[in-house]
Design a protein around this ligand. Structure first.
Ligand SMILES: [Zn+2]
Length: 428
């Protein structure tokens, strides 16, 4: 077993689910990422776990039992009998019913929960679950391709052992589900960097959403315009995150690494490069605070896989090899250059002027002044662990040789650039 303290979670089935052939959310991107991570032999440098599935009981720590019970029962073949529930729980259109939906939710949620438990017990310093990060799901309903909010559930688990948890979201969409869940408390500080304006999904996240009651000033929003590039983004990200960590003094951080903030994303409109996105991840890691790293959006799947593999390198402190190994089963996705970090100029002009960026930064700093030191909480009676399943550490051979790796649906082999049904999806 490697001596470093990185735990990496991967369920070999999670890449085999299908939202639908024209739907932009492709779980196959997870198999692609995992395959690339393995092609680089990064699995030999960290502890790889096949996570246990989350149970309905685990999920109802946040979600209503009526909603979770519905997700358990509904299938593509019986959904006609659930018309009123489909409306009530906002399921069916952008967040469709597909075969194995509940198992998919159980898999990605189980991995995030298990990551939180390992961090709680000091069994790792960083836990990685690229299948998690579904930040839009709400207590009573699905939203933006997200059904069960693994992030909220993982933070609730962390709160059993940690007085203050910081949540950082670099997906292009506002982390609304997580913000809403913790809007009234100072025990979780949420910081989201996202596109805002022109009815961009989900429509929340303007800079004066700051939290309420005990949570006032513990929600921070950084609303951005189209085309933001690496330099502009980092010029906000680093000083804001540094100030937040100095003021709030979290003892655990959850980082949602949605890759739809990259240039050329099928649904996005930013101009970040993989190296710029990764610099944010590396910066958060540099504070040395226990860290749960999650995925999120990301719809140009070859770049999602590149980005999360690159960030796995950074989290491991391994020197990055930018030439993608041709032995990868999916090497064709990365032709002709086989570059891990291709330069991507993007299709959107940067509309974030220096004045606008300065204005946002100043407003955020003004809000931070109201945080009077780190709130404390008595942590006497620690509730029992949510998750007491057996360890499922994979040895290299069992993970590597599993036949799942090429069990993907042929429909996943679409060409990102030509498969343009973007107009049908306002959201992620
Ligand atoms: Zn997104």
């Amino acid at each position: 077993m490697p001596q470093n303290r990185i735990a990496y979670f991967y369920d070999p089935d999670v890449g085999n689910y299908h939202y639908g052939s024209s739907h932009p959310m492709k779980p196959h991107r997870l198999a692609l990422t995992h395959n690339l991570v393995f092609s680089y032999n990064l699995h030999k440098k960290m502890n790889v776990f096949r996570p246990s599935h989350a149970t309905p009981h685990d999920m109802t720590r946040f979600h209503s039992s009526e909603y979770i019970h519905f997700l358990q029962r509904v299938t593509p073949s019986n959904k006609a009998g659930f018309i009123s529930s489909l409306n009530k729980f906002s399921v069916g259109d952008d967040s469709p019913i597909f075969p194995g939906l509940f198992d998919f939710c159980s898999a990605y949620t189980g991995a995030s929960l298990q990551g939180a438990v390992k961090l709680n017990h000091g069994l790792c310093d960083i836990a990685i679950n690229w299948s998690g990060g579904l930040h839009h799901a709400k207590k009573f309903e699905a939203s933006g391709f997200c059904y069960v909010n693994d992030i909220v559930l993982a933070i609730l688990e962390l709160l059993k052992y940690h007085a203050r948890v910081l949540y950082i979201d670099i997906d292009i969409h506002h982390g609304d589900g997580v913000q809403e869940a913790f809007y009234l408390t100072d025990r979780v500080m949420t910081v989201s960097f996202h596109k805002y304006g022109n009815f961009f999904f989900p429509g929340t996240g303007e800079m004066y959403e700051i939290g309420e009651d005990d949570g006032r000033y513990y929600s921070l929003n950084v609303p951005l315009k189209d085309g933001i590039d690496d330099q502009s983004y980092i010029s906000l990200f680093k000083p804001i995150i540094q100030a937040v960590i100095e003021k709030y003094v979290p003892s655990a951080i959850v980082l949602q690494c949605g890759a739809d903030s990259l240039a050329l994303d099928r649904l996005g409109c930013f101009s970040l490069n993989i190296k710029g996105h990764g610099e944010c991840v590396q910066y958060v890691k540099s504070f040395g605070i226990p860290l749960l790293v999650l995925g999120g959006g990301g719809y140009t799947i070859r770049n999602v896989a590149r980005c999360w593999t690159y960030e796995t390198f950074l989290l491991l402190d391994e020197p990055v090899d930018e030439q993608i190994p041709k032995k990868s089963d999916y090497a064709e996705f990365f032709s002709p250059d086989y570059s891990l970090c291709p330069v991507m100029s993007g299709n959107f002009v940067n509309q974030n002027s220096k004045q606008y960026l300065d204005y946002i930064k100043q407003t955020v700093f003004d809000h931070l002044k109201f945080i009077q030191g780190a709130p404390s909480v008595q942590m006497q009676d620690v509730p029992p662990d949510l998750f007491l399943h057996e360890e499922n550490e994979c040895n290299d051979d069992s993970v590597e040789s599993a036949s799942y790796i090429r069990r993907e649906h042929q429909g996943e082999y679409y060409n990102d650039d030509q498969d343009n049904d973007k107009a049908n999806y306002e959201y992620n």
